[in-house]
Structures are given as C-alpha cells and as structure tokens.
Write a new protein. Structure first.
Length: 452
C-alpha cells in the first residue's frame, strides 16, 4: 500500500505517542510543536511537574515499546498517604498488593523518552512551530516560529495541541463542534519539597500524599530526584482561604502554618514558590464532534480536557492514541476511521470527566471520614467474596482497561449496594453478609476481565 501521510499538531504527551504508534506502522509522520526541543533546552519552565501513570497509560506505552524506559525514571506509589490536621498520616493502599500500584513520572522526562522513540521510528519533529491557521479547502496550514511564517500542505491532521487547542479553534470556524467549557471555580498552585539534608526523600516516597481540608486540599507526588511536587487546590474567589484572599507568599506561609503545619518545614521556599508560580485554571471541555470529515480529528485534552482529580487525563489521552491508530490502520477511509474513533472514545471520555469531577469532592472532603473508610473496607471484603463481580471503583478506573463508561456504570450500581449494606451501621461486624451476597449476585453481572 502507498505510504500514508499524517500531520500532528503538538508534541506533548498525546502527540508524541500518536506519532510513534503511526510511524511504527509505516506512516510518514510530521509533528509540529510550539515549544523548543526539551532535549536541547530543558522542559518548558524548568519546574518539575509530575503525573500519575496508571495501567491504561502504561499499556499504551507498552504498545509503543517505551514502557521500560519510562518506568526506569518513575516512582512507585502504593497508596494515598492522608495527612489529617493534627493527626498522624495514614496510608490507604490503592490496590490489593504491589501488582496494583500507580507511578509518578516527570512530565519532561516522559516527553523526552517518547520524542527519542518517535525519532527512532522515523517521525519528523519540527520544534518552535506554532500552528496559526488552517485552510481546510486548500489542505494547507500556516505555522509561526523563528520570526517567520511557514506553510505546510497536509493530508490528515491530528490535533494533540492540548486544552487550548488552536486546531480546534480553526475547526470551529468551519463547523459547529458543539463545544462547551465548564470552568471549575477552583485553581491550583505548585510548590516544591526538596531533598532532605541527607539527600533523601523527606517523607514516604512510595505514596501520593494528600492533606484534605474540606473545601481545599494539598497533594504531593514524588520525583525520582528525591523531591516532591506539591499542588495546592483551592477556590479562586470567596472567603478565606481562596486565591483572592491569599495573593502573596507571606500570606500563603501563614495559611500553611494554620492548615498544613506538618508541610511547612518540608517546603523551605514556600513563600517564593507561591509568588513565582502562576495559579493554574481547571476546566472540563465537552465537544459533540471530534472530527471534520476525513481531514482533521482531535485527541487528548484538545478533545476532552478534564479536571485532574482522578489522575486520568494523560492515561485517557494515551488510550485515545492506541484507539485512533487502530481505526486508521483498519482499512477504511479516514472519515470512517475518525467517526469510529469518536464513537468509541466519546462516551468513555464523558465517563472519566464525570468521575474526575466526583473525585475532587471525595479527595478533599471524604478520605478522612469514618463512613468513607467503612465503605472502602467493605469494598475490599466484597471483592474477596466476589472477585469476578465486585471490583472497587478505584481499581476499575486505575488497574483495569475496561471502558471508562463500564467502570462508571458498575461503580454506580456498587455505590447503591454499599449504601444499602452500611445504612445505619458503623462497623463491618454489623453487616448482614447473606443479604449482601444476594444483593451482589442480583445486581452485578460477572466481569470477564476480572482477576481473582
Ligand atoms: P498537552 O500535554 O497539553 O500537550 C499539548 C502540546 O501541544 C504541548 O506540547 C503544547 O506546547 C503544544 N501546542 C499547543 N498549542 C500549539 C500550537 N498552536 N501549535 C503547536 N503546538 C502546540 N493526567 C494524568 O493522567 N495523571 C495525573 O496525575 C495528572 N495530573 C494533572 C495535574 C494537573 C494540575 C493538571 C492540570 C493535569 C493533570 N493531568 C494528569 C492531565 C494531563 O496533564 C493531561 O491530560 C495531558 O497533558 C494531556 O495531554 P495532551 O498531549 O492532550 O496535551
Ligand atoms: C490518583 C493519582 C492531581 C491528582 C492526580 C492523581 C490523583 C489525585 C487525587 C490528584 C486520585 C486518588 N489520584 O488518589 O484517588 O490516583 O493521580 Cl488530586
């Protein structure tokens, strides 16, 4: 078959992986990236930002053959270390054992591993090239970079240019994509925990740390250079504490001394980090249509940005890449491939967007609540009793690759079961196991993908 050409906008997480997967299957791939080459100039900003990589994303990296190089630089996270105000931190394991864990990976390191693999697979990477506009009728686009304008003819366009996608804006000028953005009224700020005096991690490395405080929270993920990236999430506006009432480093320090006292000695440059780093915005982006005929399609955040509270945005974007490569290589024309891709992925993106919103409430307000802990303990018991039917919500999202929509549907059924079983009781000793087993068998079909 003749060589097929594709042009990808964005060499971030989704763009780089999509490029590898198509080049490995014989496609000629050009990728245009607004920023400079992170392998030459360091990753944008130079700050260490990390992400949680889970089974969905890891499986996609396996398809591209880069999982080994990525995991080498990752830090295992066994669970959530919850830091209550005035109490001792407690580890809540994510899974049943160390086969059920997630990985903290530096965004820049991950990008560099994938860019190297893309080049090795024959991808042509063009840095300092920002998409400016597209003429779909003439199959031509224009990029800016190095103080000049560059013209490029394309056959197929894939938009992996993130939540603020320029390609999406250009597609919107041609067609109504049914776009809607729901801004979250909370934002975030990143801070850093450096290594201790001995050069080691200052707190437990193999965990995702959370300081839940009701309407706001902090989290910290480990980096392999023995630092942690701390993220404070809180409302933009409104009464103290908010980004409106805490605007500078000195105020942030006083706020941390009040609400996160155990974190203060860990973050020596807290006030300066707070002043230097911007407040990040968070939103959910819904699109009715992800493609323009057979010419252009959106993937990752460009198609379905979500709030970060389930740690699944990148994982979902990586699943998109595998799905799109499969549809494009299935033999039909590109319009059919894009339509099939959208039909497969849109319901699943919607499902994880919803679960991500729900997880914010859970993380900031419920993880240190006795009722929540009772339900988590009961989930584990039910999984042990019915391993093929009852799989905890977190495990379906994080350790399995069943469609997100299936995970959401089963989670809703399970939530009802848990509520029926724990109504009016405060210890597992009081559970009516015979009735509960009947409820599970009647409510949940067996799941073929389940692991005993
Ligand atoms: P991006 O990673 O944003 O990449 C887009 C690329 O396109 C960039 O390189 C950009 O420079 C380039 N670009 C943009 N415009 C143009 C243009 N006009 N021309 C050329 N290039 C352009 N996900 C997880 O799975 N786990 C987590 O733990 C997690 N934590 C998160 C924490 C926070 C605070 C946030 C905000 C997000 C988090 N996410 C997490 C989500 C994750 O960051 C995104 O889902 C992921 O980066 C999406 O990848 P992408 O390739 O679609 O977009
Ligand atoms: C994970 C791993 C930004 C972020 C990333 C995450 C998670 C959370 C809370 C946040 C969800 C969880 N979680 O612990 O349930 O599993 O990625 Cl805030």
């Amino acid at each position: 078959m003749a060589t097929r050409h594709v042009t990808i906008i964005g060499a971030g997480l989704a763009g780089a992986l999509q490029a590898i997967l198509l080049a490995q299957r014989g496609w000629q791939v050009d990728v245009f990236e607004r920023r400079g080459d992170p392998r030459r100039f360091g990753y944008a900003g130079g700050r260490s930002i990390n992400l949680a990589l889970a089974e969905r994303g890891l499986h996609a990296l396996r398809q591209a053959g880069v999982d080994g190089n990525v995991l080498q630089q990752a830090v295992m996270m066994r669970g959530r270390m919850v830091h209550p105000l005035g109490g001792e931190p407690q580890l809540q394991r994510y899974g049943r054992d160390d086969s059920e864990v997630i990985w903290s990976i530096n965004r820049g390191d991950l990008n560099v591993v994938m860019l190297d693999a893309a080049e090795a697979a024959g991808v042509r990477l063009h840095f300092d090239r920002r998409l400016d506009r597209v003429d779909f009728a003439a199959s031509t686009l224009w990029l800016r970079g190095d103080l000049a304008e560059h013209e490029h003819r394309f056959a197929l366009l894939i938009g992996a240019d993130g939540a603020g996608s320029t390609l999406r804006a250009q597609m919107l000028q041609r067609a109504d994509l049914g776009e809607r953005t729901d801004w979250l009224d909370h934002g975030y700020k990143e801070l850093e925990i450096p290594p201790g005096y001995d050069g080691g991690f200052q707190i437990e490395p193999n965990a995702l740390h959370i300081w839940p405080r009701g309407h706001y929270m902090c989290i910290a993920l480990p980096n392999d250079e023995r630092t942690f990236t701390v993220t404070l999430f809180m409302p933009h506006e409104g009464p103290y504490p908010s980004f409106e009432t805490i605007t500078e480093g000195a105020q942030a320090l006083a706020f941390f001394q009040r609400d996160f006292p155990d974190a203060v000695p860990l973050i020596p440059d807290l006030a300066r980090d707070f002043d230097d780093n911007p407040v990040g915005l968070l939103a959910t982006l819904y699109l009715e249509r992800w493609h323009l005929g057979g010419q252009a399609v959106l993937i990752g955040d460009a198609a379905h940005a979500m709030v970060p509270f389930h740690g699944q945005g990148m994982n979902c974007a990586f699943e998109d890449c595998v799905a799109l490569a499969n549809h494009l290589c299935a033999g039909g024309d590109s319009a059919a491939a894009f339509a099939a891709f959208e039909a497969e992925r849109k319901p699943n993106a919607r499902a994880i967007q919803q679960m991500a919103l729900e997880n914010y409430h859970e993380m900031r307000d419920r993880v240190d609540d006795p009722d929540y802990l009772l339900q988590r303990a009961l989930e584990l018991q039910l999984q042990a009793r019915h391993p093929d039917r009852f799989i905890p919500h977190y495990a379906m999202v994080t350790f399995m690759r069943i469609p997100y929509a299936t995970a959401l549907h089963r989670s809703e059924l399970q939530r009802d079961i848990l509520q029926r079983a724990t109504a009016g009781i405060d210890t597992l000793d009081a559970v009516d196991w015979a009735a509960l087993d009947r409820d599970v068998l009647a409510t949940l079909e067996p799941l073929a993908e389940a692991r005993a």
